[in-house]
Design a binder for this molecule. Sequence first.
Ligand code: F6R
Length: 346
Amino acid sequence: MLDDRAALAAADPHGARAVLAAFPAQCRTAVDIETGALPPMKRPRVVVVAGMGGSAAAADLVAACAADRVEVPIVVHRGYGLPSVAWDGALVVAVSYSGNTAEVLSAVETAQVRRLPLAIVTAGGALGALAKQRNVPCALVPDGIMPRMALGSLFFPLARLLRALDLDVVSSAEIEEALTVVDALAAELGPERPSADNEAKRLAATIGARWPAVYGGPVTGPVAYRWKTDFEENAKAFALAGALPEMNHNTIEAWRTSRARDLQLILLRDEHEAPEIKRRFDVLRQLVGASAGGVSECQARGQGVLARLLSLTYLGQWTSVYLAVLRGVDPWTIPTLDAMKRLLGS
Ligand code: F6R
């Protein structure tokens, strides 16, 4: 079915696959988006990025890239208000694709009450209007797609904003490499490439009716979480996610029960992972491989951290869209999430 054009078109009526195919172009455009000048300030003591769901995923990616190179902590805040670390010396960045997410608007309000420097990344909505009215530095990104599919549009302006404060999350060379890697992947994973030669289609078919359970290492762990949310929103499928080494200290126990048969173990591997992590992945396979419904390994591409994280993320996006098609659900719409927002009046 995944190789049948007409069947794909019928199963994906809103064109999620076209949006994913255009992801490399989305990233290239996003690299040049102006962020607006931040008020003159010293290096922040901490950066708090407020966002939810797909918008928070961009912040996770920034924090993952920064982890081993930026001394200023980047805290991703998913919720109302702001945590107590957001006081003197903090920079708050509000990221919301729609610009209308209640939790993010509440974080902005708190930042203003606390008189904290604020920047915004959005495609419009109430946040876009607020940025204009109150002259808040704002990266206005192209609108019209689903927030979770706008990862490039949100990630690059956020990284650029931080670079303006000397917080070098990714270098220009790493950005260039990542763009080349996602370009190549778009051709390898898109609908035109048949299943026999398409990792995302094959993985979706292998998962089939099982629950995907995705684990990364210390660097790719946040990407495993992103795979989980993509399976949930695109394929409307329950999914598990975690990271090594932590899961070796808890979740691993559940993997040798009979219920593990219902799960597809998906390991996100990275040739840059430390030898002790590599060993843990190997021993994990040894211990639970036979009781899992199946085991798949996906390899990150590239040398730089951004290429490695983005290549795995992009593979997860395609896999979840193909899984949606196989399960007969529309990968674009999120009716329950929308109903929740509607009922809350946000
Ligand atoms: C929908 C999606 C959601 C949203 C979340 C927050 O595609 O990915 O997870 O990202 O509901 O909305 P925004 O991103 O508009 O602030």
